[in-house]
Structures are given as C-alpha cells and as structure tokens.
Design a binder for this molecule. Sequence first.
Ligand code: SAH
Ligand code: SF4
Ligand code: F3S
Length: 459
Amino acid sequence: MTTLELPVLNSSLATAAPATLKNGKKIYVETYGCQMNVSDSEIVQSVMDTNGYEIIHSPDTADVILLNTCAIRDNAEKKIHERLTHLKYYKKRNRNLVVGLLGCMAERLRAQLLELQLVDIVVGPDEYRRVPELVESALNGDKGIAVKLSRVETYEDILPLRTEGISAWVSIMRGCDKFCTFCVVPFTRGRERSRTLSGVVDEMKSLWDLGFKEVTLLGQNVNSYRDEPSGSDFADLLIACTKAVPQMRIRYSTSHPQDMSDKLIYAMAEYPGICNYIHLPIQSGSNRILELMNRTYTVEHYLQRVEKIKQLIPNCAMSTDIISGFCTETEEDHQLTLDVMRTVKYEGAYMFSYSPRENTKAWKMGDDVPDEVKQRRLEEIITLQRIHSAEVNQPEIGILHSVMVEGPSKRGNNEWRGRTDTNKVIVFPHEDVRGYVVGDLVNVRVHTVNSATLLGTLE
Ligand code: SAH
Ligand code: SF4
Ligand code: F3S
C-alpha cells in the first residue's frame, strides 16, 4: 500500500446519501497516510452525514475538524503535530471547535494525544461508528477516546461517502497479521478480517451503476483475503468482481510476495477487466535483511514470482516499496537491493529510509545505520529508479493504448490526461470534436516518453 502522506482534500461528493435531518454542525475531515485511510475517511463522513452533520471541504467554517492520521514513519506523525499547530488558529477563532484525531497515530498513541490541549477526541480505526457520540460529547465540552481494536469490524453495512470522480476505493479487508518487524500496522489496525464476497460484488455493481469506471480493492495484504463461508480466496473475489462488472477497470493494492499465488496471476492474465499492474513490495534485496524484517520470503522466491508474472502477463507493469538502512544493513546488503532493482526494472517505486517504530520487534534490534548513510543509500535507490522508470517506458513508443480519460492535464495547453491499463499516465491533445468525456476509453498511440509520463495522440 502506498502512502500519500499529503492531505487528500475532499472534493464535492458524488454519492451523497439521501437528505438526513441536519443538525446545523459542519464537519471537515482531512486525510493522511495510505489509501486505506482515504477509504476510511469516506466511511467516517458517511457515518457523520447519516447523523446529521454537514460535510464541508475546508476547515474555515467547521465546527468539527478531524484529522485521519498515519503512523507508518516518524515523519508521518511529525506532519500531524505540525498540522495541529496550525489548527490552534482555528481554535482561537472558535473556542467551541472540536478537533479529533482518527486513524493509526490515534491508535498508536491513544490517551497521550488527549494530553495535547487542542485535541478533544481520539478514535482508532475500528471505532468509527462511535465518532458521532464522541463528537457530540466534545461539543458539550467533554474529551473522549475510543481505541479498541476489533476482530470482526469491516464496516460492511456502511456505504462510504465517496468523492466525485470515476475511481473508487473499496476496502475488502482490514488489519494485518504479517508482523513485519519494522511495521506498526498490525498494532494500529489489529487482526486481519475480510468482508464477504457477496458484499464486495454488490458494492462493485452499485459503483458501476453510479458511474464509477475504475475500482481499487484495498487491503494491507489482499492475498490473505478469505470469504469464510464459501472458502473463496482473493483470486476468486477478483474473478467474481470482474464477471459482475466486466467493463469496470479493477486494480488492487497491496499484495505480499509470499502469497502471490499462480491462481491470482492466471486470473489477471485471463480477465481483461483486471488491470495489468502489480504493486509487489520487495523492501530489501538481501535475504539476511528480509529475514530480520520477517518478510517470510527470499529474494529467489520473489524473483521467481516476478518471472511467473512476466511470463503469463508480458506487458504487466510492476512497482515496489523499498526501505533503505534497516538495522544492520551493510553496504553489501544495499548493493543487493540495487541488484534486484536492476533485475526487475520496476515501473515505479515508493522508497523510504528506515524509521524505527516503538514497540515493534525491530525497535529492539536498534537503529545502527547512521542517518547520512540511510539517506545516501536512499538517494542511490531513487536515482536508479529514475533511470529504470525512463528506460522501461522507452519500448512504449509506437504502442497503442486503451486509455481511460481522467481530465485536463496539469500541463494545460489544451492537453488531457488519462491512464493506461498498466497504470501509466498518458497525456494527449484534447479534441472536443471527438466528444469524449472523463471516464471514457480512448485509443492513444505513444509518441514520446519520459520517466513519469507518456505523450501520445488519439487514434
Ligand atoms: N502492507 C503493505 C505495506 C504497507 S506500509 C506491504 O506489506 O507491502 C507501506 C510501506 O511503508 C511498506 O511497504 C514499507 O516499505 C514502508 N514502511 C513501513 N514501515 C516502515 C518503517 N518503519 N520505516 C520505513 N518505511 C516503512
Ligand atoms: Fe506492515 Fe508487513 Fe503488514 Fe505490510 S504486510 S502492513 S509491511 S506488517
Ligand atoms: Fe496506512 Fe499509515 Fe495506517 S500507511 S495503515 S495510515 S500507519
């Protein structure tokens, strides 16, 4: 799962629930962290909307400001502290303003956060049904906290209040049981649990009816998905989804290399609705480090999975996550990471320097790689990735892609942007006369490439 770490600003709502009696209070939710948090904020907004709150898209006139937080690295939490400093200004203007912290940092730091004068409520990822009750008490001056993790909560019955667009996130499972030694997620999100297959398929159908054209199925480790009653696994779920809505582009994130089954790769190869793009985090190219990380696979296993993917889905794009400077990482280990990158040649990568997290197993292993070394290794990884991103795009020249139109390009100049099945952004001249709109599929032939973007013309 990729972390955004930037606030995802809410835009206007496409699927606003039927009018509920409003209570005159306005709420603003700001989201940090991964897509799972984006999806959770949609759940929270749905719960608040049902309880009479008006959802607004700026903190200026809000009665309630909720930050949905991330705890994955130290700087993710620092960002929240900085944001809280800014929010002091709003509290000065409106002494009755309620400020709440939700999400993974809330779950990790719990009551400590209530000690911050500004914070009125703290709510963990499995307690979002209680947000209205806690907000109401806070509006009456009482601080509150709800951070119990659940073994069963999936919010299956709550229809997320989605933001406008053609792309939707659908959480299919919550929690993580992998316990990678560096990672806080098993502690902040609790045990793995899956939604029902029928519930997910029904949601896919209704999303299609609402005009969504692309869905990303979300989980920390989607390959662990299980529909207990039927025994269906993630591949079965993907097949059921694409059969229910064959025209919908279906993506997913994140898969764990240990559980990347042949069955799943065959399903991707067989069904055109399942996009040919796989995010498969490697973390390190050294088996010794992978073992210390408790990643439960070897580099050889990982490369054998990549081989299988490339063999069955030749045009499949791949991205990864890499951590530099995990404890005891030597120069040799680092070189092994660069080697794996050279072997796979990823289309993209999310690259981080190791950030020790309290109470994880790795925390006790120490943090012996000096910051400058971590940073230098990270820069080498980023530089190599940049070269690869440009290189793997070269063969795209001349290729005709079916592109989903996303809207005007950032470059302006009457250019539009879309996305290939393989998740690459492609920019093409906008031609009104063709009459296409956002969400349509158009044919674009690539004529120029750079590391981040393809440029093409409509055919
Ligand atoms: N479930 C996903 C990852 C979720 S966290 C998976 O297993 O692939 C997203 C990424 O953040 C991880 O893949 C890892 O690369 C990075 N990450 C997690 N904990 C970290 C830490 N303590 N320091 C640095 N990076 C970390
Ligand atoms: Fe964290 Fe590992 Fe679970 Fe991913 S699989 S969320 S890195 S513990
Ligand atoms: Fe996501 Fe950050 Fe939590 S990456 S699962 S919001 S710790």
